[in-house]
Design a binder for this molecule. Structure first.
Ligand SMILES: NC(=O)c1ccc[n+]([C@@H]2O[C@H](COP(=O)([O-])OP(=O)(O)OC[C@H]3O[C@@H](n4cnc5c(N)ncnc54)[C@H](OP(=O)(O)O)[C@@H]3O)[C@@H](O)[C@H]2O)c1
Length: 311
């Protein structure tokens, strides 16, 4: 299934601002993963922090597990004080890797990402140094990082030890173009790039009431423009346009999409087998859409918005 990567946050916990269905049952989640692999999806994105997601992947039949590559992420190490000593930091990293291996039922992690880029330099670099040791001893295949902002991604691209980068990206996210990400990635052909957030946690395909209210950004007008683009570019739906735009970026190797139901998965499988946009169509999308502020594009900032509007 070309470049669709199945995100598993939605399968391991209640995830997403517009999520009304909640976490699927274990049986439903396993059925969805099996269906995705049968349809040709070969990479799944998970994390130590996604509730039962890693354990679900570990419960797949061996035959299916052998067909997939799993990208997981280091525990966010929330309990670790910033001044923790070296031994404590190394032990916390080892514990995260051990728990991931146990849950996934593997001896070695295919791909391990920092879930927080600040952990690269945190604790005087001790956590990262331990991860490099674990990679050298073949406990980890590939090391990488998941980031939230272009500035972080640029730092990642300067680190030769990072070979996998995950960024949030969607048709409204002009920040990556402005930062020159495509050119920066061209200089690092050894790096695999995955994009999440194609639907901005489902917000982009929901009605305006679900969109975060951000001062200076006219969500209603933006939604009208997106609908016009769907019609002009003869796409099936906003979901289709959102996917087609991200899929058309040649510098993105995998698009991480999450879903909660088999119906959504089937739709996504179908949409990913349709034609992406061509260069002119991408340019039309970029010309037509507004440039929302960072506070809209980064879901980690939405709770602050609610706090502000409620106060
Ligand atoms: N820091 C990180 O590394 C990080 C952070 C976040 C996510 N992720 C990864 O990225 C994955 C995707 O999460 P995301 O935040 O990027 O979300 P997304 O893929 O932009 O949106 C997923 C949401 O869109 C809705 N959806 C999906 N397919 C649909 C369809 N066919 N029809 C209607 N609605 C549909 C569902 O929400 P509703 O049904 O609730 O509307 C679903 O939860 C996660 O599973 C996780 O693996 C990584």
């Amino acid at each position: 299934m070309n470049n669709l990567v199945l995100g598993t946050a939605q399968l391991g916990m209640n995830y997403g601002v517009v999520n009304r269905m909640g976490q699927p049952s274990r049986g439903q989640a396993l059925a969805m993963i099996s269906r995705a692999v049968a349809a040709g999806i070969s990479t799944l994105d998970t994390a130590r922090d996604y509730g039962t997601a890693e354990a679900l992947l570990g419960q797949l039949p061996t035959r299916l597990r052998q067909q997939i590559k799993v990208v997981t992420k280091l525990d966010p190490l929330r309990a670790l004080p910033i001044n923790a000593d070296e031994e404590t930091v190394r032990a916390a990293v080892d514990e995260s890797i051990h728990c991931s291996c146990e849950a996934l039922r593997v001896e070695r992690l295919d791909v391990l990402l920092l879930h927080r880029w600040e952990h690269r330099m945190g604790w005087n670099g001790v956590a990262w140094a331990r991860l490099l040791e674990l990679k050298d001893s073949n406990k980890i295949g590939v090391l990488g990082a998941s980031v939230y902002e272009p500035a972080e991604a640029m730092e990642v691209l300067r680190d030769p030890n990072v070979q996998h980068l995950q960024i949030p990206f969607n048709l409204l996210d002009w920040r990556w173009r402005a930062a020159g990400i495509e050119q920066a990635i061209a200089a690092r052909p050894d790096i695999v790039v995955h994009a999440r957030s194609a639907l901005l946690q489902g917000t982009l395909i929901n009605s305006q009431v679900c969109w975060p209210a951000v001062e200076g950004f006219d969500a209603g007008r933006c939604i009208k423009t997106i609908n016009l683009l769907v019609a002009n570019l003869q796409r099936q739906s906003i979901t289709d346009l959102c996917f087609a735009y991200v899929r058309s970026q040649s510098w993105i190797h995998g698009v991480v999409v999450g879903c909660e139901t088999m119906t959504q998965l089937e739709e996504n499988l179908k949409l990913f087998s349709s034609l992406a946009l061509d260069t002119l169509q991408c340019a039309q999308v970029e010309r037509s859409l507004p440039r929302p502020p960072d506070a809209f594009l980064n879901p980690t900032k939405w709770s602050q918005l609610e706090a502000v509007s409620a106060s």
